[in-house]
Design a protein around this ligand. Structure first.
Ligand code: NAD
Length: 390
């Protein structure tokens, strides 16, 4: 089978789905790789590096769609709601499509993808099992977002992070508070610690406490307990508004006491909870910074504007989205390794096998033969259960 790598079309997107170094592994598994010209150039991978590893460069997007049996992308239509629709007429029945498809996003977009007849796999739906760990693109990207969030805060804050004892006196370390200690939050804690900050963190999942402490962070305990804080897949669960109101009340002091607040609290398929109100921002010291990694999902801070950096009474609130795309070289490398692990897992003699009995296949398979077939997505979108799924 031929794998086609497209140039990403979402505005500002600099990542690429496959990097040259993984091509020999795919060739060994029996695949051929074709690449749209310039696909990797913004991530630091020129066309010549792909050809050196045995890939073929094609001059245009339409050629890649017509030659490839499997299309791999970072942001497919679904997650690319700006320019992705242009790809729909290029897709064909039976072709495979793998990438970020935002499966718990717009039903209308998913139906358009299904109607093309492509067999699509959404990387967001990868189970959190040990077996699937090497294919977990969400975790790869979250790691980079956590890292980048700290760097953005560090260059914005009018202070340095570490404690310094100099002839000009002692500088106290910056205090960083991380709300949501999942993959992104834990990486933010580790990065801020390496820069010398004093770091504390909070998560409603009690299991996060030990992980925060193992990274040298102080875990902020709140006298409030979430109902079933964690679902079977390890994700935080949605709570009712009275829980969030209590959280805001209890978090107010910690927010005001810190120079930098990094928020990452999200719940799959739901708008992010507002954990920092405008009133909670007011007592923060001038120059303080909030980096809201939940911006694209509605924001954890009431004042966040997705994609923008704003100043609220001297506090900078960074709502930039798609931060993984700001480190495109490593983001593409990690994503390419995740995809390669997935492709080689599905492959038998250079052909993708769709074995619906396999847990990884069943959970990630989104559309097939004109239908949205994923049971979890169907339930989320309130579509009737398919007979084959029941
Ligand atoms: P996520 O991106 O969905 O959410 C980020 C964090 O926000 C989570 O820790 C969540 O508990 C927290 N959160 C949500 N609502 C909150 C609220 N109201 N208040 C405070 N915190 C709130 O989560 P994630 O980063 O993808 O990972 C969640 C967990 O899954 C982590 O423990 C992670 O280590 C684990 N995980 C396991 C695997 C694996 O086993 N293969 C892979 C990835 C992640």
């Amino acid at each position: 089978m031929i794998i086609g790598v497209l140039k990403e079309s979402y505005p500002g997107e600099r990542r690429v789905a496959l990097v040259p170094v993984v091509i020999p592994n795919l060739t060994k598994a029996g695949f051929e790789v074709v690449v749209e010209t310039g696909a990797g150039s913004e991530a630091g991978y020129p066309d010549s590096h792909y050809t050196e590893k045995g890939a073929k460069i094609l001059p245009g997007r339409a050629e890649v769609f017509s030659r490839a049996d499997i299309i791999v992308q970072v942001l497919c239509y679904g997650s690319n709601d700006v320019t992705g629709q242009a790809d729909i007429p290029l897709m064909r029945r039976g072709q495979f499509l793998i990438g970020f498809l935002r499966p718990l996003g717009s039903l209308e977009m998913l139906q358009q993808i299904a109607a093309t007849g492509v067999t699509s796999f959404a990387v967001e739906l990868m189970p959190r099992s040990t077996r699937a760990q090497s294919m977990d693109a969400l975790s790869s990207m979250a790691t980079l977002c956590g890292y980048k969030a700290v760097l953005l805060a560090a260059v914005t804050l009018p202070k340095i992070f570490p404690m310094l004892t100099t002839a000009a006196g002692t500088i106290t370390p910056t205090r960083v508070f991380v709300i949501g200690a999942g993959v992104a939050g834990l990486q933010a804690i580790a990065t801020a610690r390496r820069l010398g900050a004093v770091v504390s963190a909070y998560d409603m999942r009690p299991a996060a406490k030990e992980q925060v402490q193992s990274l040298g962070g102080r875990f902020v305990e709140l006298p409030i307990e979430a109902q079933n804080a964690q679902d079977a897949r390890g994700y935080g669960t949605a709570q009712d508004e009275s829980f969030y109101a209590k959280q805001r009340e209890l978090l107010a002091r910690a927010v005001a006491e810190n120079d930098v607040v990094i928020t990452t609290a999200v719940v799959p398929g739901k708008k992010a909870p507002v954990l920092i109100t405008a009133d909670m921002v007011k007592p923060m010291a001038p120059g303080s910074v909030i980096v809201d990694l939940a911006a694209e999902r509605g924001g954890n801070c009431e004042l966040t504007r997705a994609g923008e950096v704003i100043n609220a009474g001297g506090v900078t609130i960074i709502g930039r989205i798609n931060l993984a795309s700001q480190v495109p070289y490593h983001a593409s490398q990690m994503y390419a390794r995740n995809l390669t692990a997935f492709l080689t897992y599905l492959a038998q003699d250079g052909k993708l096998q769709v074995d619906a009995k396999d847990e990884i296949v069943r959970e990630t398979l989104l559309t097939r033969d004109g239908e949205i077939v994923n049971p979890r997505v169907r339930e989320f979108c309130k579509l009737p259960t398919l007979v084959a799924n029941s």
